[in-house]
Design a protein around this ligand. Structure first.
Ligand code: PLP
Length: 440
């Protein structure tokens, strides 16, 4: 809790009343019970007006990589706001250039240009548009287990139920990606899964007609769809297929990028280089909404003499740009990405393995860095997922013990900020242990 604000539970009540009366929420039935009120935060902790404190092991929507209220990011936003709070995208602005320079510095050498967006969904929209304009082709291939955002093409590229009521974009084709624990290919080893998933993709490309396919759009590591690390050779194999057929490979690093895996980009850990990279969330930890597309030089050059018909009023907003500069500089100088890697390998991974040994309800744990999933199952032998109500109860019990969790389907995602300490991981493991031991 801050040392300045006195606890005032009445403000929590007021916040809930106003919310219930006037806020129409995303992704929920409006009659659902109100969520927790959060009034402040620092690092891995958040608290209510009344002073109840929580460990944020959700990083909100898996975006607060640098932790809450990092002082240098907050002051960079403040300084930029007092200098110039807004300026249109066509105008040259120093903060925007500095932000783009820092982002490209993390990427492979072919990437010199950044197209700024307001978030991750419109980053994917624009990447798809660039791929279509670059290739003159139409189709976009993406996996059933994926999430690419909640706007036009991005939500249709999303493979699961989330696309269903929104299918108004054209040319989207879905295929199965690798997921060994629930293999679509009857595979029993990562190598088999990789080989068979690639064979499946090859058949989809051939069947759709390679010359009609503009892009393959993949989350390097699918996030909300389950944190499935790609098996050996898979991404390199996708790259090979894309190159062979002149297809643009777009890697969606919106959730996995900027430190979450313990690397700057998730694909740095695999033998693959994409043509377009989409990012958002961790680039500035969401302090100001922003996202973007990193563009390889051969695609960027295509637009030297041709207009790219994309952009919004707030693209490359100076407050967002200033926050990116400060966030990336702090992540570098404070070793925050290294911390995520170390804590993942030394504390979270072993902690979750120990829980899996103890609790039958855990079918599998997987992940790296500060990007982990626990699959909860009703039966370890059949791998039948637990009912959604079980996960909802677990989430409530975790919150009651002071831990904010991110859950999806039958999973609890263990996704704290990259600044999380060993001690905080220890506290979280004790809470997971207690809750998983309940009769959920
Ligand atoms: N891509 C991935 C992989 C995501 O996880 C998300 C959001 O969770 C998005 C795209 C969409 O980002 P945004 O919500 O900023 O539009």
């Amino acid at each position: 809790m801050t040392d300045t604000a006195a606890p005032n539970p009445d403000l929590d009540e007021l916040a809930r009343e106003l919310d219930h009366a006037h806020v129409f929420h995303s992704w929920s039935a409006q009659g659902s019970p109100p969520q927790l009120t959060i009034a402040g935060g620092k690092g891995t902790k958040v608290w209510t007006h009344g002073g109840d404190e929580y460990l944020d092991f959700s990083s909100q929507l898996v975006n607060v990589n640098i932790g809450h209220q990092h002082p240098s990011v907050v002051s960079a936003i403040r300084e930029q706001a007092s200098l110039l709070s807004t300026i249109g995208p066509p105008i040259v602005n120093l903060a925007r250039g500095e932000a783009a320079k820092r982002i490209t510095a993390r990427a492979p050498r072919r990437f010199h240009k950044v197209f700024f967006t307001n978030g991750g969904a419109d980053a994917n929209e624009n990447a798809v548009r660039m791929a279509r304009l670059h290739t003159g082709r139409d189709k976009v291939l993406s996996t059933y287990r994926s999430y690419h955002g909640n706007t036009g093409a991005a939500v249709v590229a999303t493979g699961d139920w989330r696309r269903i009521p929104n299918e108004y974009a054209r040319g989207h084709v879905h295929f199965f990606g690798p997921y060994l624990y629930r293999s679509e290919f009857w595979a029993t080893t990562p190598e088999e899964e990789s080989e068979r998933a690639l064979q499946h993709l090859r058949r989809v490309i051939e069947s759709e007609g390679p010359s009609s396919i503009a892009a393959i759009l993949l989350e390097t590591i699918p996030g909300t769809a389950g944190i499935m690390l790609p098996p050996p050779g898979y991404l390199a194999g996708v790259r090979e297929l894309a190159t062979q057929h002149g297809i643009v490979l777009i890697l969606d690093e919106v959730m996995a990028g900027f430190g979450r895996t313990g690397r700057w980009f998730a694909f740095d850990g695999y033998d693959v280089e994409p043509d377009l990279i989409t990012f958002a969330k961790g680039v500035n930890s969401g302090y100001v909404p922003v996202g973007g597309v990193l563009i390889a030089e051969e695609i960027a050059a295509d637009f030297d003499a041709k207009v790219f018909p994309g952009g919004l009023t707030y693209s490359g907003h100076p407050l967002a740009a200033a926050s990116i500069v400060a966030a990336l500089d702090a992540m570098e100088s404070e070793g925050i990405v290294d911390n995520a890697r170390r804590v993942g390998a030394e504390a979270i991974g072993p902690g979750l393995e120990a829980l899996a040994e103890k609790h039958e309800i855990i079918g599998e744990v997987r992940g790296e860095g500060v990007f982990w999933a626990m699959e909860l199952v009703a039966d370890r032998a059949t791998r039948e997922p637990v009912a959604p109500a079980v996960v909802a109860r677990a989430k409530g019990e975790l919150a009651a013990r002071g831990l904010l969790a991110f859950t999806a389907e039958n999973r609890i995602h263990v996704v704290p900020p990259c600044v999380v300490t060993d001690d905080e991981v220890g506290q979280a493991m004790d809470i997971y242990d207690e809750v998983l031991g309940l009769d959920l």
